[in-house]
Design a protein around this ligand. Structure first.
Ligand code: RET
Length: 267
């Protein structure tokens, strides 16, 4: 982030607030997933458990991310400048995704009613496609423009493109899973809600690669670089809340409706 020499007070604060909102939302949603788990028949519950795992991991990451932001800058002469003692990095996010992405992908299988050999097939493919997408993107982000000595736009783009190929594989798989899930719940009132997960997924997951390329708009002008960083953090937060919480809630409500229709009553 050497391209970024200073931040206006509002820019520093917007990121601080947005990161705080992010971890507060994960904490609140954790409580929701725990408290509603018994509304669902046992076969759907692993979906809520996986939402819980995702919430804890994201809560911790976003908390550390906000600490790292606060440590990276100091207020000097009415603006925030690099503290010189630590840098702000998005690297931790990628490690959080490495945990969350496979879990988010696998949790839908329980609600879609995919079992047996098909379950194992998707489990392996989701873990491979999601894991490789993140690892290759992680390598790429070290070369991000504005990071100083490591900056290498070509390598940044090449790793980004490789990661995108794995992302396309993820999209193909999730489209199939939602199609199969809809077929399994034909006639249920949960079907339209479950179907709406597909557009939510496409939009919320695509925000991540959009945030990845934000520094491209930063250029070398410090003022634009600052705006790009702020935009990147706001986008990541919107993506985190929609891809983890909205998605989890839609799966949870679908499970509850399916459970009711199948005659399940909370003990
Ligand atoms: C990267 C690198 C650039 C190319 C692409 C990417 C895709 C990232 C995605 C991340 C999804 C993360 C989620 C996290 C939830 O916890 C790695 C930014 C395509 C799709 C859903």
């Amino acid at each position: 982030m050497t391209g970024l020499s200073s931040l206006a007070v509002w820019q520093f604060e917007v990121v601080q607030h947005v990161l705080t909102f992010g971890f507060a939302a994960m904490g609140a949603a954790l409580l929701y997933f725990v408290l509603t788990i018994k509304n669902n028949a046992p076969k759907y519950r692993p979906s809520s458990v996986l939402s819980g795992v995702v919430m804890v991991s994201a809560f911790l990451l976003l908390y550390l991310q906000s600490q790292s932001w606060a440590d990276a800058f100091v207020l000097e002469g009415g603006q925030y400048v690099a503290s010189g003692t630590s840098t702000f990095t998005n690297g931790f996010r990628y490690l959080n995704w490495l945990i969350d992405v496979p879990h988010l992908l696998i949790q839908i299988l329980f609600v879609a009613g995919i079992a047996g050999a098909a379950f194992r097939k998707y489990l392996v493919r989701f873990t491979a496609s999601g894991g490789l997408m993140i690892v290759t993107g992680y390598i790429g982000q070290f070369y991000e423009p504005g990071r100083g000595a490591e900056t290498d736009i070509t390598l940044w783009i090449v790793w980004g493109v490789i990661s995108t190929l794995f992302y396309i594989w993820v999209l193909v798989l999730i489209t199939q899973v939602i199609k199969e899930g809809r077929a399994n719940m034909k006639g249920s009132k949960a079907e339209p809600l479950f179907a709406a997960i597909l557009p939510l997924f496409y939009v919320s997951w695509t925000i991540y690669p959009v945030a990845y390329v934000m520094p491209l708009f930063g250029g070398s002008a410090s003022e634009v670089a600052a705006l790009a960083i702020v935009a990147q953090q706001v986008l990541y937060t919107i993506a985190d809340v929609t891809s983890k919480i909205f998605y989890g809630v839609m799966l949870n409500v679908s499970s509850t409706w399916l459970s009711e229709e199948q005659g399940y009553q909370e003990a």
